[in-house]
Design a protein around this ligand. Structure first.
Ligand code: NAD
Length: 495
């Protein structure tokens, strides 16, 4: 069976160790490959390769770095179909959705091509007589990116183009569940002219992650994944003196006001609740229906779900399988909990018929009404195609519910009342807000990130915040000596 190697120094790098993990094709329910799990020696090789490449990459002219980024953009755009097939074969999401995540990643590459404008410093003349100050944004050195399974191309691309544009060298530790996209990207970046060692892929588990967190040569860590691991990454990286941004899990609410267009709202709820089988950190997982809309909205969602085709993502289906059997079973267990907690399972995804292999990791779209807010079904991030409905009596009650949650990643309001929407954007304690937009992932020139347990660290992903994260400012005070500057004065410099 194929063992996926690391990518270090511009080429495939077979592991020096023996440990591997299985990689499945979720629609077939079969192990199709294995992936190397980094040994201590592999970790050292990746870091030393990135470290060696840094000074030359940092000093390469901006124009040359820019040309490489343009070439990456062109190649990725031409060959995105190949990458989408790879993503579907390991993640399970349908091919059109895999293409969607690649286009959102491409946006960040496009932003990064304009990097010279975004990392310019400032200049002030004559801050004191004959003295000038200027600032410049210098790269950090070797930086680590640790990414989750659910966006194997987009999440690395949130960070990678900006980190390298700013002059850093990178070690990406992708999810071990769908590792091939990272190697494919590394090969493509190399083909585009990126020198060896600037972008390395280190596969592995906790051992690889801890190796990056503890190594003094790794200057910064960007992490995306579940909240408990995000918290661990934040604490451990900070303890080791690193700059860190760690984006965690989510539980995103859609607040539906009585004046909303219920047909459009039902479309949005189905798309955002069941797209990518609910394995999106910006998926809608709770509908907060301000009465009297709940019954009518549920009926419209039922009609729509009945038309969805569930099956192998390579066969023009609407929704694919979950990523692993273990994850499918965990998600399905929440449907049992909902029943035990007295909620009403309106659409039950257990035991659905699919267009694909019987052994695939299937779970159909599930809609649960009257979910008690004390239930784990309401409180936990389920990360699957399970949409809860909570009925409330007013806007205020809905807002209070959203603001009392542990997470603050995304939310959406559905209404035709501009005043209510404006009030919501002011009052809701969530980082990314949609107004009649169910998955409000910001475009590349804004930044991505939530509040509360959905993010640890002060900086969001991409946009200007991304450039700030991957650079550190130097402030230079200079004067060109003339005889009038002489003389001794041990006092503190004043202007
Ligand atoms: P995960 O936390 O299990 O894994 C993320 C990464 O951490 C992987 O590379 C994994 O190998 C590594 N990891 C796992 N356990 C570890 C440990 N004990 N020590 C060190 N490293 C460890 O997350 P996942 O299941 O791959 O992804 C789904 C989660 O990611 C969901 O919670 C989802 O909400 C979240 N997510 C958040 C965002 C966001 O922007 N906020 C975006 C995408 C996904």
């Amino acid at each position: 069976m194929t063992v996926i190697p690391h990518w270090i120094g511009g080429k495939e790098y077979p592991s020096a160790g023996e440990r591997t993990a299985p990689v499945y094709d979720p629609a077939l329910g079969a192990e199709t490959k294995r992936v190397s799990l980094a040994s201590a020696q592999d970790i050292e090789s990746a870091i030393s390769s990135a470290q060696k490449a840094f000074p030359t990459w940092r000093d390469l002219s901006m124009a040359k770095r820019q040309r490489i980024l343009f070439r990456i953009r062109e190649l990725l755009n031409e060959r995105k179909g190949e990458l989408a097939e790879i993503i579907t074969s390991e993640h399970g999401k349908v091919v059109s959705d895999a293409l969607g995540e690649i286009s959102r990643g491409l946006e960040v590459v496009e932003l990064a091509t304009g990097f010279p404008h975004l990392i310019k410093g400032e200049h002030s003349e004559n801050v004191s007589t004959g003295v000038d100050v200027h600032s410049l944004k210098a790269p950090l050195g070797v930086v680590g990116i640790i990414s989750p399974f659910n966006f194997p191309a987009m999440v690395p691309l949130w960070f990678l183009p900006i980190a390298i544009a700013a002059g850093n060298t990178v070690i990406l530790k992708p999810s071990e569940k769908d590792p091939s996209a990272a190697n494919w990207l590394a090969a493509l970046f190399t083909e585009a002219g990126l020198p060896g060692g600037v972008f390395n892929v280190l596969h592995g588990d906790k051992e690889a992650v801890d190796g990056l967190l503890e190594h003094p040569e790794v200057k910064a860590i960007s992490f995306v994944g579940s909240t408990p691991i995000a918290r661990y990454i934040y604490e451990t990286a900070a303890k080791n003196g690193k700059r860190v941004q760690a984006l965690g899990g989510a539980k995103n609410h859609m607040l539906v006001l009585p004046d909303a267009d219920l047909d459009l709202t039902a479309d949005a709820a189905v798309n955002a609740g069941f797209g990518s089988a609910g394995e999106r950190c910006m998926a809608i997982s709770v509908i907060v229906a301000v009465e009297p809309v709940a019954d009518e909205l549920i009926a419209k969602i039922q009609e729509r779900v009945a038309t969805l085709k569930i099956g192998d993502g390579r066969r023009n289906c609407d929704m694919g399988p979950l990523v692993t059997a273990q994850h499918r079973d965990k998600v399905a267990s929440y449907i049992d909990i909902a029943e035990a907690d007295g909620a009403k399972v309106v659409i039950d995804g257990r035991g659905i018929e699919v267009d694909g292999a019987a052994e695939g990791f299937w779970l159909g779209p599930t809609l649960i009404d009257d979910v008690p807010v004390t239930s784990k079904v309401y409180q936990d991030e389920i990360f699957g195609p399970v949409l809860s409905v909570v009925r409330v009596g007013s806007y205020e009650e809905g807002l209070e519910l959203i603001n009392s949650g542990a997470f603050g990643n995304g939310t959406a309001i559905f209404t035709n009342d501009g005043g209510a929407a404006r009030r919501f954007q002011n009052e809701v304690e969530v980082g990314m807000i949609g107004i009649n937009v169910p998955i409000p992932v910001p475009v590349a020139y804004y930044s991505f990130g939530g509040f509360k347990d959905s993010i640890f660290g002060g900086t969001k992903a991409y946009g200007l915040q991304g450039f700030n994260f991957y650079t550190r400012e130097k402030a230079v005070t200079s004067r060109w000596l003339d005889p009038s500057h002489g003389g001794l004065n041990l006092g503190f410099p004043q202007n």
